[in-house]
Design a protein around this ligand. Structure first.
Ligand code: MN
Length: 230
């Protein structure tokens, strides 16, 4: 143990379904505009060349579903997404044909977004960090290991808020597949065990208000519920 000048922060981690062990989080990568209908509802072009990435800090994960309403926004939005958990270090670029070998498991999560700050950033051609990478911006369900989850991208992704369906789409609607995205990330970054990848959201993004209750799932894979604090 190095002689730190103060005790280091705790390692962010996510429960693993069917186990008492936890998945330690290294980085959180996110894909933007991976469903055509969502790109259109945001007034963006549907890009098919290569995916668009942004990041959240590892300690943005929320594993008990309790999300404080974030500061500095009046327009908190939900984006329900497939989350890929990486289980091994990747040496250099990974070929698409071998990319799924990196996957430890899958789950469902919310890419919470300060939509007003994102709109302002887009107008000014500023980065998205304050819109996307804030504290508690990544609530998610326990991670389901591949041994239990398989690699099934025909499942339906959905989100209910206060009992009403807000977003739903089959994972097969994703423009860039998990293999595509892991390959592209491996070109840009050193993928490491502990990385999480939020795969992008379908259409239907909308506001979450103080006190709202949400339930998110991927059929046959994972589900979780939570609420936005008053
Ligand atoms: Mn998103």
């Amino acid at each position: 143990m190095p002689d730190f000048v103060f005790p280091p922060a705790a390692i962010a981690s996510v429960p693993v379904a069917g186990s008492s062990a936890r998945f330690p989080v290294h980085r959180i990568y996110c894909v933007g505009r991976n469903f055509a209908e969502h790109a259109r509802e945001m007034g963006a072009e549907v890009e098919r060349g290569s995916p668009m990435f942004f990041m959240k800090p590892a300690d943005a994960v929320v594993t008990d579903g309790i999300v404080p309403y974030p500061s500095a926004t009046e327009d908190l939005h939900h984006e329900v997404e497939l989350v890929v958990a990486i289980g091994r270090d990747c040496e250099g670029e990974v070929a698409k044909a071998r990319a799924l070998e990196l996957v430890y498991g899958y789950t469902v999560g919310l890419d919470l977004t300060r939509r007003d700050l994102q709109a302002r950033a887009k107008d000014r051609r500023h980065p998205w960090d304050t819109a996307k990478g804030f504290d508690a911006s990544a609530p998610l369900a326990p991670i389901v290991p591949v041994a239990l989850a398989g690699h099934d991208f025909s499942r339906r992704l959905w989100l209910e808020v206060n009992g009403a369906m807000r977003q739903q789409a089959p994972l097969s609607d994703m423009i860039f597949s998990v293999a595509d995205v892991l390959h592209e990330l491996s070109v840009l970054f050193a993928l490491r065990a502990g990385d999480l990848v939020f795969m992008g959201t379908p259409s239907g993004v909308a506001a979450l208000a103080r006190g709202d209750r949400f339930r998110a799932g991927i059929d046959g894979l994972a589900e979780f519920s939570g609420r936005i604090l008053d």
